[in-house]
Each structure stands twice: as C-alpha cells, then as structure tokens.
Design a protein around this ligand. Sequence first.
Ligand SMILES: [Zn+2]
Length: 269
Amino acid sequence: MYEVLDSLSDDALVLDLGSGSGSFRAEDYRFTTILVDSKLDHLPAGRNAVQACGHVLPFRARSFDAVILSHVLEHEENPKRMLQEAGRVLKRSGAAYVAVPDARTFSDRLYRKLFRNRGGHLSLFISEAGLRTMIAWYLGLPHKATRTLYSSFAYLNRNNFQDATKRIHILLPPLPEALVATLTFAVNKVDNWLGTRASVYGWALYFGEIKTEVLEQANPNVCVRCGKAELVSRQPVRPGLRGRILFPLYRCSQCGARNVHRSRTPRDA
Ligand SMILES: [Zn+2]
C-alpha cells in the first residue's frame, strides 16, 4: 500500500474505501484522504469520514488519484459492483491497492472457522490470476504487480480484543500475544522445512501508475498485533542473550509490539 501512497503528490485525493477506522495513518501524508465505510460506528470522527454504501459512492466520476481497498472485497457480497463504482470515481491516470485473503490458506480457513458468521467473509477468492483480471477490468487500470502476503494470526491476539464486546465473535478465548508470536514463528518454520503455505495470508495487488518501485518479493515479517509488514534486517535485530540465541526479535515500527524475526519465505511463495 505504501508504494501507492508514497508516489502521490501533496494535492492528490485518496479514497480509503471500506476504511473502518483507517487503512493507514492519513495524518502522515499531506494529500487528502477520504474515508468511506458503510457502518458509521466504524468511522473515526472527522471531516473526511463519509458513511456510504460502496456500491453508490457520493462522488463525481474521475475525482480520485488513488483507491485503497485493504481487506475489504472478501466482506462484500457483490465485490464486482464495488469495484465498478471505485473504477468510476478513479482517474484514468490513477492507482489502486487491493489486499485480499486467499481462501485456500490455513490462515483464512482457521479465521472462518473461529469467528461467527465466518468473520463476515462473504466472497472467497482462490485465484490470483482471476482476481487480477477482474480488478483490472472493473477499475480500468493495468495490473502492475502482486505480492504474496503473510499472516501473523493477529486475529488470535488477546491484545486485539480490548473491547470485551468483540470477544463474543470468536468461538475460543483469544491467546496471549507472546504465544501467538511463537505459533506464527513455528508455522513459518514448518513451511520452510516442508514447502507448505500455512503461513500465507493472501495477496496485495497493485494497479495503475505507481512511481515508487513495488517489490514483489514476499515479506514474512508481519506484526503479531497490528499486521504491519516491514522489511527488517537479517542481522541482530535485538541485542541481548535471548534475542540472539532463542528467537531474534524486532519491534514493530507502527505499534511497538515485539515480533519474532523470520528471515526466509516458504519455498513456494
Ligand atoms: Zn505492529
């Protein structure tokens, strides 16, 4: 996503569609971001938050320089309709970022099993090629790149259930953060040994004009709390005996959570 955001000029207009409280920290950028969500209680208070159905957006055609659809399409019963509307409001010279889970993966299957109503997943995607073609068609933008995304199983993390009302949605008690981090590390190790894809989450797809280089190399270092993926060095990421001998650790640059560093991606990623 950041490759799209970093390539935009200060006077750009960005649509964060299905934003919830925000797909990224809009205050870190000078361009204007409009957050749109169908549920008012998901949106933060502020001038640039709009409650609207993603199928009928209250914006003029060709008004946005970029559209962000981060973990949204799987929650849509009719994702084509939403993509068509996003394509209408997007400029011909625009860019788009779309992230969705691969419904075949262990991570997404577990999520749908553990959460009531399948965690709200209404559309299941199983083919990157099919998804890429569909999105490019409806947005009217050429596909630029796809990167495999990894799961940190953050949906099991107890720290993401501070609001007790959220706990009624998960069928098992959420787990301590350190345990989730250890499990994630173990699943990734098994993938490396056996060539499986159990730690894979899905895909990040990029479309349109993006001036910043988009890395297609998958990055398995995903924060166990906030889900931010980041490039961290292979070499001592945390000093101290435990960090060097047991698990090399790093701190998430966004939320500060401690994560186990993974240096390799599964062979078939
Ligand atoms: Zn984090």
